[in-house]
Design a protein around this ligand. Sequence first.
Ligand code: SF4
Length: 205
Amino acid sequence: MTDQKALQTLRIPTPSGPLRVLVSACLLGTLCGYDGSSYGDHPGAKRLTDYDTIRLIRFCPEDYAFGTPRELCDIHGGTGLDVLEGRARVLTESGLDWTEGMIRASEAMLDLARRRRVELAVLMDISAACGSQVIYDGSRLSENPTYQIGMGVCAAQLHRYGIPVISQRDFASLEILYRKLDPSHRVDPTAIDHHETDWYKAYFG
Ligand code: SF4
């Protein structure tokens, strides 16, 4: 669930004092997905490039650690936080253990966020690295892939440090952000975050 209160308390940025936002590089069109794509188009995130009151800092932790293209990986035995705390592992589809590399990538992402004094992160949901609301529970290529509520390893690292994280599917949160970036933006009252969707409610109860 996103912390909309944290978004509400973000300062009002200006062109000379832009909001510093870390973004999953693929959300802005960088071809850094495991298959060398950007996983489609992400208009809600790309819209952020329209504002002069935001400084976007793009990063792909999996590309940093494993290069592109690369194998698919998922978290086994818990969430991203569990990986950081030694209770779960990151495994590729061929069985390689990428736990250490993923933790290193999360530390690099946090280091970048600290150096650039990031105030918010907008990350790609579902990813074992960047997922912020929902991730796979084990392999996504298994016979019966299942989801769990939780963050990927890199999102959990940022969140643990106190940086608010939202995903490209958190449309209500994005509306709040657009309004921060442009006070004349009229917030769409029908926009909802991922945890408010029918799919989420039906799946997680
Ligand atoms: S979701 Fe994160 S790790 Fe995956 S391609 Fe996008 S930026 Fe890279």
